[in-house]
Design a protein around this ligand. Structure first.
Ligand SMILES: O=P(O)(O)O[C@H]1O[C@H](CO)[C@@H](O)[C@H]1O
Length: 315
């Protein structure tokens, strides 16, 4: 029986099943070919614009700033999921940034939307097929590290795959070696050289606000965490918590992309039972994102310029 699970498959007539056939190498080649027919160049850098960074179409957002834009809504792309999160534009935006051709995912896919993790992460494989070698993943996250304040930025130096502990991983199922190995290493998931350069850029450009590095974890959501859950995450060494990114990074590293990721701390997590007033909300997350997007846009532009000048064609 065909199950409607959010795939936009009306264009190729494929059967919608909940197994990995919806994401086979051959299927995604069709998706990539469709995209390639609409763009003038290969993008080498892919940027995921999360809730903290213009996932919504907003004046001044990174995606809006690209030159010579080609915009492809997710619902036009064969086999692509569609965005259901409030505020997520749900489109690929191609164009030039720091003189190179890039692609921005404006809005991403989350487990809480009802998609299995492999489906949440399938755009990464599509990016790989159209030429992307470097992934810059951004997200909004709650600050667990007590030094963090709203508006801080945390370069992700590592993650704890909590959903993986529960046996849920985007790489589950048959492994196609054309993507990568069955047992990919993850001890160097986040590129140390790019983290170092990103810190230099933040300083040299005098970007507004504070930059840290730290450990991110993704929970399934959609609810924000209880006090006890947050205290447990703190004990485990987590600095920031969100509901995305880890499945994308696992998939990107599996197919040998170089990854840089950062979180915008949109709220300080409530870790105290005495605090009866503070309530996290998605509205707050989006508001802080809007306030900080000018700085983050500059940050990403400079990181892309660094990659273009120093890392492309040198992998
Ligand atoms: O991770 P991104 O998509 O940036 O968004 C974060 O913000 C949303 C909650 O407000 C959740 O989707 C969480 O993951």
């Amino acid at each position: 029986m065909s199950v409607c699970n959010g795939f936009n498959n009306h264009q190729n007539g494929s059967t919608d099943t909940d197994d990995h056939n919806g994401c086979s190498y051959e299927t995604l080649l069709q998706t990539a070919q469709y995209i390639q027919s609409r763009i003038p160049h290969e993008p080498k850098v892919g940027i995921i614009c999360g809730s903290g960074m213009g996932a919504y179409w907003h004046e001044g957002s990174l995606a809006e700033a690209l030159g010579n834009k080609v915009i492809i809504p997710y619902h036009d792309i064969p086999n692509f999921p569609v965005s259901t999160v409030e505020g997520h534009a749900g489109q690929l935006v191609f164009g030039t940034l720091s003189n190179i051709f890039v692609v921005c995912m404006q809005g991403r896919f989350h487990y809480y939307e009802g998609y299995p993790l492999w489906k949440c992460a399938m755009p990464i494989r599509v990016m790989k097929l159209i030429g992307v070698e470097f992934l810059i993943a951004t997200n909004a996250a709650g600050g667990i590290n007590t030094a963090f304040m709203e508006g801080d930025v945390m370069l992700i130096k590592d993650h704890i795959n909590m959903m993986g502990f529960a046996g849920n991983n985007p790489l589950q199922g048959p492994n196609d070696n054309r993507w990568g190995p069955r047992f990919p290493p993850m001890n160097r998931a986040y590129d140390a050289g790019l983290i170092h350069e990103a810190k230099q850029i933040w300083k040299q450009e005098h970007l507004e606000g504070r930059l840290f590095d730290g450990v991110y974890t993704c929970l399934g959501g959609p609810n924000f965490e209880t006090v006890a859950e947050l205290r447990m995450l703190k004990l485990l060494g987590v600095d920031a918590v969100g509901m995305s990114t880890v499945h994308e990074v696992l998939t990107a590293r599996h197919c040998d992309m170089t990854v840089l990721a950062f979180s915008l701390i949109t709220n300080v997590c409530v870790m105290d039972y005495q605090d009866h007033d503070t309530m996290p909300s998605h509205e707050e997350v989006m508001d802080v994102g809007k306030v900080r997007q000018g700085t983050l846009k500059l940050f990403v532009e400079k990181i892309v310029a660094y990659i273009a000048e120093n890392r492309l064609n040198k992998k």
